[in-house]
Design a protein around this ligand. Structure first.
Ligand SMILES: Nc1nc2c(c(=O)[nH]1)N[C@H]1C(S)=C(S)[C@@H](COP(=O)(O)OP(=O)(O)OC[C@H]3O[C@@H](n4cnc5c(=O)[nH]c(N)nc54)[C@H](O)[C@@H]3O)O[C@H]1N2
Ligand SMILES: Nc1nc2c(c(=O)[nH]1)N[C@H]1C(S)=C(S)[C@@H](COP(=O)(O)OP(=O)(O)OC[C@H]3O[C@@H](n4cnc5c(=O)[nH]c(N)nc54)[C@H](O)[C@@H]3O)O[C@H]1N2
Ligand SMILES: [Mo]
Length: 770
């Protein structure tokens, strides 16, 4: 039995010790509502699906780099570290020599672990910047691809709006009505990148509800609000929120309840937008009757809600999920417009809180000083893609596309380097993604586990998991800085990403540029010292590193200047203008109108999605965030695995939809469309809207035939059926939240689920002599 260590994850701070078999994991004592996701750690570290040794794909080893359709179906040869590093370094040098750094994709999107130094994506970026001068990067995120682009045009930067907006404290004290589109599920706010020490959302909702605040949950799933919120649940059709918001605005205006003074003083373009709402522009008034058919929600109820909102302190929230869909920019814009029509932005507990509750960072206070990130160096390559356009880029080099007013060209990528992300989890239309990855000369992946992404790589380098190294965990919105103390020795031959990149940089003649002569321990001390210096500039101090390390954590001072952008603006619109072109909230954006995009006009609008249910595919599928894990991380772990049934992911379905298809509770079902199919286990419940089924993301991709054009995942990864199209020409964000499918009972013999077993591995025959 080793002694207890302090550690941290994106889902909470914990104490951990090595037991005889499993790890023993206990939530940090000060966390009032710890996340059960901690249960995924206990058996993860020595699970058979760990990658034990560097491995090279047979086809790549035998035929050299080049496009290859066998990625995903090939076997692997285990090699010694020296040989793997030689191969990877030589291949990077070749691609850089022949094609330049513009042929290397280093976007490496993904969440990896909570430690700020061993942050895998930063490690990749620094490595490519310091060795070959740069890489093609990706911008924005799968989380908020549409919001990150539209918010700066209409109100301000995403982080300012989401992280420094209305706080939970404001809501508990002031809000009358929390009108939420997409809900605020506690399953989501248990997670925050960089870690979260105290989960307070449940208690905040309970306190607000107890004071009399009313939570209203518009969402296809009842569970998007916890019982503590005592919410009214209103099911509306997926993707229809923009129509509902327009109808609310319509009636607020027609009833004479719009705050004209606010719209005049604080908003740009109200008259153009009002014309659209009232139908003066297009002859179609956006009435509750008009919206009812789109939303599958009664017109009278919309009209009644419009009246209920008048003269109340109202907070509008719009979850990330709404904008992870076709035309996802519109509900983001309309949520703000609705708050503006009610005159609420900048009032305590009122206005607009984009994505509040989607993640544990939002609605919190800020540390005066943040722990510095691992510096990434300078990227001399200007080419970038919006992150979710990765398959388009690989399949269509040289093609042009629109993004936020620019006409961009996809580069021709030969080599992609991925560490800390799982594109076969996060990307849409996995059959298409596989074809895109087959275009590469080389894919290099660092991973602790044999994920589907590792199984498509040419060179697989085994990385340590967070428990196997020292790190510091922290985030600007959580006061607890955590000494993430090493708990166990690395499994097999796993190495830290930093160690791997240092050895590669040495082979490329840039070791010192990459390491600055520092070991990882020295980096931790160096970054800590930088934080101490910053504290010093505020006249504050922190104990020395060793004291911090021994204590296991440090409480950092915070400021409580919540909602500062809007409060200052409301108090003095001339003196503290918003960072938009007009300095006001833009209900008409000349900039966006100037781009001339039919799929994102100059004012918020209802734009029907191209994907609509039809006779062949009559159901919406919601592919949302999983309650039992973070994304695909530790899907084989005890907590996640224990929530599957027959080793399959759960599909929620309404009794009407189930009985039409003779599906019973616990049946294995096949969910399919023109792109592919997945198996899941049916759970019949009235807590989902009829016409909608739900399968969370994150079940590891387990294709029955890896090279099939239309993959059939026997485990339940919904990204085999989602569509790989951008939100619009403006943002090109991910649209994975909603797909259109049919579902049938699966009667065939249940195929084996092998995703948690390593691929076929052969011992290397010719280890490099070095
Ligand atoms: N259909 C659909 N798809 C979606 C979404 C959706 O709503 N619907 N949501 C999207 C969203 S919001 C997001 S953020 C993405 C998430 O997508 P990702 O962030 O790519 O998903 P993760 O499973 O967190 O991937 C992290 C990977 O890093 C590995 N890892 C952990 N620690 C380390 C380390 O120290 N070193 C290395 N080398 N690797 C490490 C883990 O094992 C894991 O495989 O998914 C997106 N995809
Ligand atoms: N446990 C857990 N928590 C997480 C994550 C995780 O993987 N696991 N991931 C984290 C990350 S990276 C992110 S970005 C956030 C994501 O935060 P979100 O994107 O907000 O999370 P989701 O669970 O995908 O979606 C929230 C809910 O929106 C509802 N919804 C879907 N489509 C519509 C629609 O068209 N209209 C309405 N009104 N509702 C709709 C669904 O019922 C869904 O449950 O979650 C974070 N929290
Ligand atoms: Mo995300």
């Amino acid at each position: 039995m080793s002694s207890e260590k302090m550690h941290s994850s994106h889902w909470g701070v914990f104490r951990v010790s090595e037991g005889d078999h499993d790890l023993s994991v206990t939530a940090w004592g000060d966390d009032p509502d710890p996340s059960p996701l901690l249960g995924n750690f206990t058996d993860a570290a020595d699970h058979p699906v760990r990658i034990g040794k560097p491995a090279v794909r047979r086809g790549w080893l035998e035929h050299g780099p080049g496009p290859d359709n066998r990625r995903g179906a090939d076997e692997y040869i285990e090699v010694e570290w020296e040989q793997a590093l030689d191969l990877a370094a030589a291949e990077l040098a070749r691609v850089n020599r022949v094609f330049g750094a513009e042929a290397v994709f280093g976007g490496s999107y993904g969440w990896s672990s909570a430690g700020r130094f061993h942050h895998a994506q930063s490690q990749v970026h620094r490595f490519l910047n310091t060795t070959i001068g740069g890489y093609v990067r990706s911008v924005n995120s799968y989380s908020s691809g549409a919001a990150a682009v539209i918010l700066p045009h209409i109100i301000g930067e995403l982080n300012e709006v989401a992280r420094r907006g209305v706080s939970w404290d404001d809501i508990v004290a002031h809000t009358d009505i929390i009108l939420s589109f997409g809900g605020m599920a506690l399953k989501n706010s248990q997670v925050a990148s960089g870690g979260i020490s105290r989960h307070t959302e449940r208690e905040s909702m309970r306190l607000a509800a107890e004071r009399g605040a009313r939570f209203i949950n518009f969402s296809p799933l009842r569970s998007d609000m916890p019982p503590e919120a005592r919410a009214r649940w209103h099911a509306i059709a997926p993707g229809s929120d923009a129509a509902l918001m327009l109808a609310l605005i319509h009636d607020i205006v027609v009833n004479g309840d719009a705050d004209k003074a606010f719209l005049e003083r604080y908003c740009e373009g109200w008259s153009q937008f009002e014309d659209y709402v009232l139908g003066k522009a297009d002859g179609l008034a956006k009435t509750p009757q008009w919206a009812a058919g789109i939303c599958r929600y009664p017109a009278q109820a919309i009209a009644a809600l419009a009246r209920e909102l008048a003269e109340k302190r109202v907070l509008i929230t719009v979850s990330h999920s709404l904008q992870r869909a076709e035309h996802g920019e519109q509900p983001v814009w309309l949520g703000l417009a609705l708050a503006a029509v009610l005159g609420q932005p900048g009032l305590p507990g009122g206005g607009y809180a984009y994505a509040l509750g989607a993640i544990g960072h939002y609605g919190k206070h800020h540390n005066i000083v943040a722990f510095p990130p691992f510096p990434q160096g300078v990227n001399q390559v200007n080419t970038f893609i919006p992150v979710a356009r990765v398959a388009d880029m690989l399949l269509h080099p040289g093609e042009h596309y629109d993004f936020n007013g620019q006409r961009l060209t996809y580069p021709h990528i030969r080599l992609a380097w991925w560490a800390g992300g799982n594109p076969f989890h996060h990307h849409q239309d996995l059959g298409r993604l596989r074809r895109a990855f087959s275009q590469l000369d080389t894919l290099i992946v660092h991973e602790p586990f044999w994920t589907a992404t590792a199984r498509h790589a040419d060179i697989v380098l085994p990385a340590t998991m967070t428990l196997e190294r020292d790190d510091v965990g922290g985030t600007p919105t959580d006061p607890l800085l955590v000494a993430m103390q090493k708990v166990r020795e690395p499994q097999g031959e796993a190495r830290d990403d930093y160690t791997i990149f240092s050895a590669l940089a040495r082979r490329l003649g840039a070791e010192h540029t990459f390491t600055q002569g520092r070991s990882s321990q020295q980096w931790l001390r160096h970054l800590y010292r930088q934080m101490q210096d910053k504290l010093g500039q505020h006249g504050l101090s922190a104990p020395d590193f060793d004291t911090f390390w021994q204590a296991g954590s440090l409480l950092l001072p915070q400021t409580k200047d919540g909602d500062r952008l809007l409060r200052h603006f409301r108090a003095d619109p001339g003196g503290a203008p918003l960072p938009t072109p007009s300095g006001k909230i833009e209900l008409f954006s000349r900039t966006i109108a100037g781009f001339g995009y039919a799929d994102c006009p100059g004012h918020p609008a209802w734009l029907a999605a191209r994907q609509q249910p039809d006779a062949h595919h009559p159901l919406w599928l919601i592919a949302n965030q999983p309650a039992t894990r973070l994304h695909s991380q530790l899907d084989f772990g005890q907590w996640s695995a224990s929530h599957k049934q027959n080793e399959r992911e759960i599909c929620q379905i309404h009794p009407c939809d189930a009985s039409k298809r003779a599906i019973r509770n616990g049946d294995i079902v096949k969910i399919f469309n023109q792109r592919g199919a997945l198996l899941a286990c049916a759970r019949i419940t009235e807590d989902i809207m009829s016409g909608v089924v739900q399968v969370p993301t994150g079940a590891w991709f387990a294709p029955l035939e890896p090279l099939a054009d239309k993959p059939f995942c026997v485990h339940g990864n919904p990204n085999v059926v989602t569509s790989d199209t951008g939100t619009s020409s403006l943002a090109q964000g991910c649209t994975g939240q909603i797909a259109i499918v049919e579902i049938v009972k699966f009667d065939g013999p249940l195929p084996a689920m092998n995703a948690f077993k390593p691929p076929h591995l052969t011992k290397g025959l010719n280890p490099a002599s070095e």
